[in-house]
Design a protein around this ligand. Structure first.
Ligand SMILES: CC(C)(COP(=O)(O)OP(=O)(O)OC[C@H]1O[C@@H](n2cnc3c(N)ncnc32)[C@H](O)[C@@H]1OP(=O)(O)O)[C@@H](O)C(=O)NCCC(=O)NCCS
Length: 306
């Protein structure tokens, strides 16, 4: 038995905020942000609930399913709209489902942790899971702090994962958490994000490379076998450093951060959906999905797109 991805969808705010627009209120420039991060613009708006519900409904439609076909809703987010109830509960109502619903938080790795949790649910008898990654990080940044304000955007991305008797899309996983790194990227209740950018950068490259190699080994593959790498979209220089260390050409990397910035839990499903619509993921090919986030947390998986 295995797990298949059968539908994908996204929910993105309409409002585009360019680097030039940020430069009007922050001591920064389009040149600095583009060169140091690769980000040119981001989308801002919505709530975690609305972004997630839009993405979730789109994924259901893509899978040819209705709300009553879903057996479990997981919402991967570190910016829930309320302490209680969970964002998953509210999205369940919005899309008209009646199944159990749960939030999970591993910061920017939440979506990848969600894939692992959904896989576990399916392996233990749940038939169909709607996994949504949604975050509204721009509600939690200090807009006078140029170190963080330029990096983030809002968005949602979702997938439907189903039990399959004969197909298995998920070949391997490598997950990790280092709780001793709590203070390098953190946000207290009611406060805004603080970050040691250089330290996050340094640790992110190491964690993503190591977990990608472990995931490749788990799948019995080498980097040459990959057709695509779908990395968490935090900084183009992190992605370049990872690709170089893994010996993967940047042509194989899906990049969306130029248009959307770092959308946290939605960055990987958003990139996946865009790559798929551009015809970059073909049946039978191998892709590496890999991300990292506050915690620190990291997660890599090899999938074979069926
Ligand atoms: C944040 C980050 C873009 C900063 O880039 P960097 O090349 O490391 O830059 P530094 O922090 O060394 O700062 C270099 C200079 O640019 C300045 N600077 C920082 N942000 C700036 C901005 N938005 N505009 C202009 N200048 C800026 C700094 O103040 C510093 O100036 P100084 O030399 O006079 O002190 C980069 O470290 C990064 O992306 N880190 C990872 C963050 C991340 O991924 N977070 C999300 C995790 S899920």
């Amino acid at each position: 038995m295995g797990v298949r991805f059968t539908g994908w969808g996204i929910g993105i705010p309409d409002r585009v905020v360019t680097n030039d627009e940020l430069s009007l209120t922050l001591d920064t420039s389009d040149a600095w942000i583009s060169e140091r991060t690769g980000i040119r613009e981001r989308r801002i708006g919505g709530t975690t609930r609305t972004l997630g519900a839009t993405a979730g409904a789109a994924a259901l439609e893509d899978a040819g399913l209705g709300p009553s076909d879903i057996d479990f809703i997981l919402v991967a987010t570190s910016t829930p709209d309320r302490m209680a109830p969970s964002t998953a509960s509210m999205i369940q109502a919005d899309i008209g489902a009646t199944c159990p619903a749960l939030d999970l938080n591993a910061a920017c790795s939440s979506f990848m942790y969600g894939v692992r949790v959904a896989q576990g649910l399916i392996e233990t008898g749940t038939k169909r899971v709607l996994l949504i990654g949604a975050d509204r990080l721009t509600g939690w940044v200090d807009w006078s702090d140029r170190n963080t304000a330029v990096l983030f955007g809002d968005g949602g991305g979702a997938c439907v994962m189903e039990y399959s008797e004969d197909v298995n899309d998920i070949l391997s996983f490598s997950l990790g958490t280092d709780g001793t790194a709590t203070e390098i990227l953190s946000c207290h209740h009611g406060d805004t994000f603080t970050m040691d950018g250089r330290e996050v950068f340094r640790r992110a490259v190491r964690a993503v490379v190591d977990s990608s190699l472990e995931a490749l080994e788990g799948a019995g593959l080498s980097a040459d076998d990959l057709s695509l790498i779908i990395p968490h979209q935090a900084n183009i220089r992190i992605i370049q450093a990872v690709a170089e260390r893994l010996g993967i050409s940047m042509d194989k990397a899906v990049i969306t951060l130029d248009r959307y910035g770092n959308t946290s839990s939605s960055s990987i499903p958003l990139a996946f959906d865009i790559a798929r619509k551009e015809g970059r993921i073909k049946p039978g090919e191998y892709a590496l999905l890999t991300g990292f986030g506050a915690g620190m947390t990291w997660a890599s998986s090899i999938i074979r797109w069926s």
